[in-house]
Design a protein around this ligand. Structure first.
Ligand SMILES: [Zn+2]
Length: 147
């Protein structure tokens, strides 16, 4: 039993060590336009690796700013950034819709949570009652019903 628990702990510990690369996200300038800014050389993102969501080089994980600097000059990446800028008002609308959806989902989860808490309480009370029926108090059995 102790051994298997140690195995589980060991497994969880190993899982913690697997860090997924993060997605690059362009910055926004003063005009509200998306622009490429290469994270600095000592940025944490290059230590864990960074993927570019433009989809040009799907399997590539960038670990050096110089390689990413070269990548953002490619035609497909520039096209992707241009499309983001063209669609940015749609993104704002979509983001607002997504925020509303999150709020609705959160409310539904809270309601379900309350229901679960009530039902758990009810089950606990019913278990106590059931236990009392199964095991009536001894002094009741001792009552002498003969006249
Ligand atoms: Zn890219």
């Amino acid at each position: 039993m102790i051994y298997s628990n140690l195995c589980i702990l060991n497994h969880i510990h190993k899982m913690d060590l697997i860090v997924e690369p993060e997605d690059y996200s362009p910055s926004i300038n003063n005009n509200g336009e998306y622009i490429d800014i290469v994270p600095s050389n000592n940025s944490k993102i290059f230590k864990i690796g960074m993927r570019c969501p433009c989809g040009t080089r799907k399997d590539v994980v960038f670990k050096e700013p110089s390689k990413f600097k070269t990548h953002i000059k490619c035609k497909k990446h520039k096209e992707w950034l241009k499309n983001i800028n063209n669609d940015r008002f749609n993104y704002i609308i979509e983001n607002k819709k997504a925020q509303e959806l999150i709020m609705n989902q959160r409310q539904i989860i809270e309601e379900k949570d309350t229901t679960i808490r009530c039902l758990t309480k009810e089950i606990a009370q019913l278990e106590i009652q059931l236990n009392e029926i199964k095991n009536p108090p001894q002094d009741l059995l001792d009552i002498d019903i003969d006249p």
